[in-house]
Ligand binder design. Sequence first.
Ligand code: FAD
Ligand code: UDP
Length: 367
Amino acid sequence: MKQYDYLIVGAGLFGAVFAHEATKQGKKCLVIDKRNHLGGNIYCEETEGINVHKYGAHIFHTNDKTIWDYVNSFVEFNRYTNSPLANYAGELYNLPFNMNTFYQLWKVKTPQEAQAKINEQVAESGITDPQNLEEQAISLVGTDIYQKLIKGYTEKQWGRKATELPAFIIKRLPLRFTFDNNYFNDKYQGIPIGGYNKLTEGLLKGIEVRTSVDFFADKESWMNLAETLVFTGHIDEYYDYRFGKLEYRSLRFENETLDEPNFQGNAVVNYTESHIPYTRIIEHKHFEFGTQAKTVVTKEYPCEWTSGMEAYYPINDEKNTATYRQYKALADQEANIIFGGRLAEYKYYDMHQVIGSALATTKKVFQ
Ligand code: FAD
Ligand code: UDP
């Protein structure tokens, strides 16, 4: 008999949900994380009474009532609705692409006029069977929107040509012919009142956790502590990079505290021109309707990931997908290891999807 039923590597959402559900089943869990805090990428740090999303802005959204009720059982969510703006050449446009955007671009006032304008541009492009992000974007919204609001942003975000990127990335954004600036189509949306750390604390309440410990510094000893390993770190690192390194995009965050109450009047403003090195400016207080005297803003600079940096976005192109499949084949053969989450599944997961995946996993394990 080993000391723990589960050793959970990573105190992000996947690890925390798994630990919570396993503990509910009477299992003994130990959660470790190499960072000096819990929560993984949803972790917030308080500055001037404002919850600063330390690893990038996080807006919770889901269509699944079970997942919405689940997160609300740990912390109440506010009514925040994400409605970012895009700044292109000094002009502001509403996102996602909707009647407000079409009016700002073309002065069209009806859905019929907007659709006709897009159809005309799509027809001119000649694209009928989109094979990559550029073709997908043009065939959805036409060339004007692609050139002004997508190409520059996408190419700096991913460090790759839009023609080399998978089409699915752009399908994340809604396109609608109503005057509705809600960035998501999901039924439920919001930010935890008091910040995301409350969600993490609720999930991990009463569970043994150790921070600032790297699993790989002493892999064998950690493995010997528990019957089963739940691994939410890098799958390629777990297998000593034997098939090569999986690629990621990383981000550099430049935070500034400003001595004014309201810098940009919105939580998210995207900068879609390629010559501006950051992709967006986040003003954190607006996620919680803050009324503090000061404000904290963050500029997000995308960059290529190298060892030692935080790996934020998996690059799910053909090459990396093929490499990941090789690791996945090894993972599938493991009897006492569960791989889960953004890094271990090398998947561009949102929070609700990670929670859904962790709940599905525990359901299967404890059925
Ligand atoms: P993580 O949160 O990355 O947790 C993995 C943990 O494992 C980390 O804490 C890491 O330190 C630890 N770990 C790794 N290796 C080791 C090791 N060797 N030893 C010990 N510990 C280890 N989702 C949304 O729904 N809405 C959003 O608006 C949104 N915005 C985002 C913005 C950005 C910039 C990014 C990058 C992501 C965003 N997401 C958003 C996605 C969201 O962050 C993830 O879906 C979710 O947090 C992933 O949880 P996870 O547990 O899989 O991974
Ligand atoms: N995107 C864009 N222009 C924008 C916002 C997004 O072209 O103003 C594209 C870009 O390729 C991005 C993708 O849409 O990677 C998905 O955007 P989302 O806001 O969902 O990205 P995330 O929040 O995950 O960074």
